[in-house]
Design a protein around this ligand. Structure first.
Ligand code: TTP
Ligand code: MG
Length: 343
């Protein structure tokens, strides 16, 4: 099946968060990382905003060097807790745009939106996503769209910052060929150096090397360069949803058989689970009801659907049916009821 993949990466992530929190920094070079100690500091730059990049400062540069390049820059320590919090909120926005998402790092994620079929629609979706992140978090992002993860990521790199670039299957060849070999993820400075030695600088030139030749030069990795130079990448977007199941339960003050109390409480549990499902853009395939009777005897009953469902009424109806079975089959007072749903 034809795939449509998005790669989203936040612009100058840590630095932009600091700018947002401190509007007085706006327009000034901001460097996040180790303390420069007037040029004596050890450690490296975590990241910097685009104003600081104009001075040649970049991630992983020794902080002492960054200080030399731009002593008047605003140097800030890494406030990881804050960035993690913001990352989580950004990812929660991104996750709502497809069931099929993969978080790669604090500021980077893939979405598989193949289900919407048309590239034009994917572009609209990407624009909306960018807009929503700006509106809710006051942060800019860049999105690449392509037929696989490789092309989506490379398109994203070319569109930095605050950009959007779509490379459809027909455009893959003309997109890749003029790029430098280093632009291909997996080709670092060392590999690029060896290629330069044999006068291979552009991806177009890389394509002239046989698979065997590449294997001789770089081993197994070489074979993958052959595929990647042609824009071939089968890697699936793997949903690494943090939440694989969602559940809630309630222990009664006193064990009860009062069906009004039981079902009212259960209704609240169902609503709670539903709320969390929605927040995680999560559908369910299996419903499990937990019932603990007096004396701590605990039973579970499950129902698995053929297809994942997102329907509240289905969840409500099926969960209640399962609870009812417990009540009619066992006469003991109930101590706890719970509901868990799984994908
Ligand atoms: P990147 O996405 O590589 O960089 P960025 O978001 O700062 O800038 P842009 O994407 O616009 O080029 O990394 C995301 C965050 O990860 C970055 O803000 C800081 C952190 N980081 C480090 O701490 N050290 C590093 O060497 C790199 C590359 C990133
Ligand atoms: Mg980034």
């Amino acid at each position: 099946m034809k795939r449509i993949i998005l790669h989203i990466d936040m612009d100058a992530f840590f630095a932009k968060i600091e700018e947002r929190e401190n509007p007085q920094f706006k327009g000034k070079p901001v460097v996040v990382g180790a303390n420069p100690k007037r040029g004596e500091g050890r450690g490296v730059v975590s990241t910097c905003n685009y104003e600081a990049r104009k001075y040649g400062i970049h991630s992983a540069l020794p902080i002492s060097r960054a200080y030399q390049l731009c002593p008047k820059a605003i140097f800030l320590p890494v406030n990881m807790e804050l960035y993690q919090e913001v990352s989580e909120r950004v990812m929660n926005i991104i996750k709502r745009y497809s069931q099929n998402w993969e978080i790669v790092s604090l500021d980077e994620a893939y979405l598989d939106v193949s289900i919407i079929k048309a590239y034009k629609k994917a572009e609209e979706l990407a624009k909306n996503l960018k807009r929503e992140i700006i509106a809710k978090e006051k942060l800019t992002s860049t999105i690449g769209i392509g037929p696989n993860k490789l092309i989506a990521k490379m398109a994203m790199e070319k569109a930095k910052p605050n950009g959007l670039l779509l490379v459809n299957p027909k455009q893959v060849k003309s997109f890749l060929e003029p790029l430098d070999v280093e632009d291909l993820p997996g080709i670092g400075p060392k590999t690029a150096g060896k290629l330069r030695d044999i006068k291979v600088n552009k991806i177009k030139e890389l394509k002239e090397l046989s698979k065997l030749k590449l294997k001789e030069m770089f081993g197994k990795a070489g074979e993958s360069f052959y595929e990647r130079a042609r824009g071939i990448d089968e890697e699936p977007v793997i949903s690494n949803r943090a939440v694989k199941s969602i559940g809630k339960e309630y222990t009664f003050e006193r064990d009860t058989r009062d069906s009004e109390i039981l079902f009212e409480t259960f209704e609240e549990i169902i609503k709670g689970v539903w709320q969390e499902l929605k927040e995680n853009n999560f559908s369910f395939k299996t419903i499990t009801v937990i019932c603990r009777f007096s004396g701590f005897e605990t039973h579970t009953r499950s129902k698995t659907f053929e297809k994942p469902s997102e329907d509240f009424k289905t969840l409500q109806k099926e969960a209640k049916k399962l609870l009812l079975k417990f009540i009619v089959e066992n006469q003991k007072p109930i101590r706890l009821i719970g509901l868990r749903v799984k994908f």
